[in-house]
Design a binder for this molecule. Structure first.
Ligand SMILES: [Zn+2]
Length: 349
């Protein structure tokens, strides 16, 4: 694994169990992020084999005999000045007999092309003293705590999780442009410190919530009918928005807020699933209400209860009191009161 590129990891993902598939998938995300960020600094230690950056005829390269003789990285093909080794010198260096000229030339020209895409002159690729630290492992081996390095690296590329891409496609008619992933996660994690509701939103964004549709898909249950209307399939979008019962709940909530505060807050599939963006003080309260309403709806579905506006307001009121208690404990009650000044009236029935 140390010696190979991304294509190798991609291949073994499919032959692993769930645990290792997750591990390798994260590793793949990391090394692809790393390629872009760090390849300029460590060009000669980039692995050549099974690396999608270096393909011959759309296929990654791997020559087993060469690998067994120690050929692994770009630097193995270069001399001290960054020139490609002559075939004879290459064969001698790695004690290889009968190296095919065409094969050697096609591999070196692939490496050359790769360096050109990075706009790097080969003469700038100076060789490090061996032994080298494997390219992808350098940042792990040189840091006592590597988790932060890995975390920053994965986040620095603004990678959009597959689940968010799916949401984008499913909700494309309701969304204006693509949603910002960072904003989505902030809308969920900066709204409340309550891990229960953060966890709920995290599972919604990653499409991991155990709705009946999901449970049937993984063969836990056989009936995927909505817990409320018993008519449609209980997907997340249905349960949180399009079911007639939840739709009525959101409409009643909207009317209740208007009656109490004269504020017109509309709930739609986009702000219900993702939360209201951009983040602002007003949206913070709206996101609080949306998050806990979803938690309430989800709890109702688990308990086979029909969601109702009175139950919801009691639930929101209780969560508001908990949040206020936390604010008092952390000496932030003034800030909290300012935030809720024009909103707390909604808890009066
Ligand atoms: Zn339903």
């Amino acid at each position: 694994m140390i010696d190979f590129g991304d294509e190798y990891i991609y291949t073994i993902i499919n032959h692993s169990n769930d645990f290792w598939r997750d591990v390798f998938q994260s590793w793949l995300t990391m090394i692809r992020a790393m390629d872009e960020k760090y390849s300029m600094q460590k060009l000669n230690s980039i692995p050549v084999w099974q690396n999608t950056n270096m393909c011959v005829g759309n296929k990654d390269i791997y020559v087993k005999t060469w690998y067994q003789h120690g050929v692994k990285i770009i630097g193995d093909f270069l001399d001290e000045d960054g020139n490609f080794l002559l075939l004879q010198d290459f064969s001698q260096k790695f004690r290889l007999a009968n190296v095919c000229t065409m094969q050697y030339n096609s591999i070196t020209s692939t490496i050359s092309k790769f360096l050109k895409t990075l706009s790097v002159k080969r003469s700038d690729v100076k060789k490090n003293c061996t032994p080298f630290i494997p390219f992808y492992f350098e940042f792990i081996l040189l840091n006592d705590k590597c988790s932060k390095v890995l975390y920053d690296m994965i986040n620095s590329n603004d990678l959009i999780p597959k689940s968010i891409q799916k949401w984008n496609t499913e909700l494309s008619v309701h969304l204006e442009g693509n949603v910002s992933v960072k904003e989505l996660f902030k809308a969920c994690f900066k709204t409340s410190t309550d891990t229960q509701v953060q966890w709920l939103q995290y599972r919604i964004l990653y499409k991991l919530l155990p709705t009946k549709y999901y449970l049937k898909k993984i063969s836990i249950i056989s009936d995927d009918c909505c817990s409320f209307c018993k008519e449609n399939v209980e997907t997340m979008q249905h349960m949180f928005m399009s079911c007639s019962y939840t739709l009525a709940l959101w409409n009643n909530l909207s009317m209740h807020i208007f009656r109490k505060t004269s504020k017109r807050i509309g709930f739609n599939v986009s702000n219900v699933i993702f939360g209201e963006t951009p983040r602002s003080l007003c949206n913070k309260v709206v996101n609080f209400i949306i998050l806990y309403t979803k938690q309430y709806v989800f709890n109702c579905s688990k308990q086979n209860k029909i969601p109702h506006i009175t139950g919801l307001i009691h639930y929101l009121s209780f969560k508001y009191k908990v949040e206020k208690f936390i604010a008092i404990k952390s000496c932030e009650v003034l800030k909290f009161d300012r935030l809720w000044e024009n909103w707390k009236i909604i808890f009066d029935l």
